[in-house]
Design a binder for this molecule. Structure first.
Ligand code: WT7
Length: 635
């Protein structure tokens, strides 16, 4: 029998050993005993990290929505699958049962089919955090269409780049979205973006804010009337285990976003199994992840992982500060949330507020607290543990990535003793390695290096959409034969892992993965800008904030600089979105460059962090004199 639910530490070690020694037997048993397959696999795993090619459950057939919905109908038909908590606390929450979810997913699936969407077609979803968003993912999966969710905070340019990259033919959006006291005209952003997307033939529009929108004849359709006419049952498309389920974009070291491709069978097994164990979910619990479904956290741990376990999963439309900073805690009390999963940036922002915001609410339902997205600092960890968890709810600091599909390094609550700021132990089946810069594996404990994974796991992304070479270069070339995460980590004296942060050109701001290259590309579009370089510097709430060093074509006067700063942030907002705005912009006459023309970001990072003491080895710089110039006018 497989160990689907791990309950104590010896069991963790025992199951972990099995998962490493006999991975095929282990994952084969989990897959067989806990999921519904239309046809069993011929082969649990075939892999080669050099090509790289990874296939799990090859030959198997299934539909993930049968696993997430249909199979629960007999035993859990009237159980709440989805709780929707609206932005405005005065608006009633919605409880959608598994039976209702089934009907709504089928209706939307039928609408998509009527609009000509077929298995393998790409559908772009650009929606706020409303039930239609979860339903849209599942409706695509029902008919075998590949969903590409674009976070609804992204700009029209970011949207059109992603739509074109994966050649989406249909977009699902809404008239607008609510965020705290603001509302955003999403449809207008879509209209602007679609000017550059000739491949999009249909736009389905959900009514949410009732704002007036332009509807383009022949292309744009209100969704509700189509749903009303649609049949409430839809035969699921039978998919191969390795058929793509979705594409999700993440930023990289060049300007172009990477469309990570996740496939069906392995992703389902891995997200479901991690969800069950990392949150110790038991029947009748109410689970809440505060992420947006526009990110991988939402895909795996609001939608697929919880629903595959027949869980009740809460989705929240709003922000933690509206109407005031007690909103999260009010929701925990109102819905008696048992597992709560959020990001360190939110924890830090909430910890800054008056403690009464948290204390006036009954948080006694909480059993497990989760953290994800960036390293959680000691202070935030203790506040979360003491004020929210009352020292009785273990904190699971979960390390993973868009690319990994599911949680990789994490404590299992009530099983793994926690340690502040440590993600602790590898999850079942995960074989981490720490590598030095020369590519030698650092064995034993008390070592620090680059975090790699030595062996495939079912949830990993299989490729980058349309660019397998880039997938290989980015993840499998730095350390041949291994997956390289881009993060640094240390292993302490008992073998616990602590993630130390990115070692590449990605900066994590408020838990969002931002590549320096796309931001620099945007800035360089400004007619006055000759060149730019972005680095991160520590920030109280955001974890990291962005600092830009900008060379102007002609050095302007200082009174013009403030205007230029505004314009530069405006361009960034247009190209990427407000999340990528710079906190500080320093104009400079040059940037420290190596003889090969590479910007030495290490030096810029020190200057941005006000750590001016030791600049390290600058002997390879072409222009070492620039370092003092930049230091002298640092902000
Ligand atoms: C990067 C991945 C995984 C879902 C959200 C982000 C950082 C993530 C942790 C953690 C330290 C973390 C890493 C990683 N990160 N979780 N618990 N401790 N760092 O997904 O946008 O793909 O970002 O987020 O740097 O590489 P993502």
């Amino acid at each position: 029998m497989s160990n689907y639910h791990i309950k104590h530490l010896e069991e963790y070690y025992q199951v972990y050993r099995k998962s490493v020694r006999e991975p095929e037997n282990f994952w084969g048993e989990v897959a067989e005993e806990h999921f519904m397959w239309r046809k069993k696999w011929d082969n649990v795993l075939s892999w080669d990290f050099n090509t790289p090619e990874v296939k799990w459950f090859q030959g198997a057939q299934l539909n993930i929505t049968e696993n997430c919905i249909d199979r629960h109908l007999l035993t859990r038909g009237d159980k709440t699958a989805l709780i929707f908590e609206p932005n405005n606390p005065e608006e009633a929450a919605q409880h959608i049962t598994y039976r209702q979810l089934h009907a709504r997913v089928c209706q939307l699936a039928n609408v998509l089919k009527d609009q000509g969407v077929k298995k393998g077609d790409r559908v772009c979803i650009y929606l706020p955090m409303i039930p239609e968003l979860s339903i849209a993912l599942l409706a695509c999966a029902r008919i075998g269409a590949i969903h590409s969710v674009i976070f609804a905070g992204f700009s029209s340019t970011a949207l059109s780049t992603r739509i074109n990259d994966s050649d989406c033919k249909l977009v699902i959006t809404s008239d607008g979205s609510y965020r705290g006291s603001k509302s955003i005209d999403l449809k207008a952003i879509v209209d602007e973006g679609l000017e550059d997307c000739p491949g999009v033939k249909t736009v389905l529009v959900v009514k949410r804010t009732n704002t007036a929108v332009a509807m383009k004849e022949g292309r744009d359709k209100w969704l509700q009337p189509l749903l009303d006419k649609a049949y409430q049952d839809c035969v699921p498309e039978i998919m191969n285990a390795e058929d793509p389920l979705f594409i999700l974009y993440t930023s990289g070291s060049t300007g172009k976003p990477k469309g990570m491709v996740h496939t069906t069978g392995g992703y389902m097994v891995y997200t479901a199994y991690t969800f069950k164990n990392v949150f110790q979910y038991t029947e009748n619990d109410v689970y809440w992840c505060t992420a947006d479904i526009g990110w991988i956290t939402g895909h795996s741990y609001i939608v697929y992982g919880p629903l595959a376990n027949g869980a009740t999963t809460l989705m929240f439309e709003g922000v933690p500060s509206y109407p005031d900073y007690s909103r999260f805690w009010e929701i925990v009390e109102k819905h008696k949330v048992n597992q709560f999963y959020t990001a360190p940036t939110a924890i830090r922002a909430l910890a800054k507020q008056n403690i009464s915001f948290a204390e006036k609410h009954d948080l006694s339902s909480l059993k497990v607290l989760g953290s994800v997205g960036e390293p959680i600092n000691e202070e935030a960890w203790h506040w979360y543990n003491d004020v929210i968890g009352k020292k009785k709810s273990p904190i699971v600091d979960t390390w993973w990535q868009t690319e990994t599909g599911g949680i990789m390094i994490t404590p299992i609550p009530f099983v793994t003793p926690t340690k502040p700021t440590y993600a602790t132990l590898p999850f079942i089946g995960i074989q981490p390695a720490l590598m030095d810069e020369k590519g030698i594996e650092l064995k034993g404990n008390q070592v620090e290096g680059r975090l790699c994974i030595k062996f495939p796991w079912p949830g990993m992304a299989r490729t980058i959409w349309g660019n397998h070479e880039r997938y290989k270069d980015t993840y499998f070339s730095a350390f041949p034969g291994m997956y390289f995460s881009g993060d640094g980590a240390l292993r302490d004296e008992v073998g616990y892992y602590r993630i130390t942060g990115r070692v590449d050109d990605v900066i994590i701001v408020s838990g969002h993965n931002l590549g320096t290259a796309p931001i620099e590309d945007a800035i360089n579009e400004h007619p006055a800008v000759a060149e730019s370089a972005i680095v991160g510097f520590p920030h109280d709430i955001k974890g990291n904030a962005l600092y830009g060093f900008v060379i102007l074509k002609e050095s302007g006067e200082s009174r013009m600089h403030d205007n230029l700063r505004k314009e530069i942030n405006q361009i960034i907002t247009e190209h990427i979105g407000p999340i990528a705005k710079l906190d500080k912009i320093q104009f400079t006459s040059g940037l420290p460059k190596t003889r090969s023309g590479k910007i030495m970001r290490r030096i810029l990072r020190k200057i941005a962090s006000k750590d001016m003491s030791n600049m390290g080895d600058t002997s390879t710089l072409l222009n070492p004199e620039i370092v003092d110039v930049i230091k002298d006018s640092a902000l």
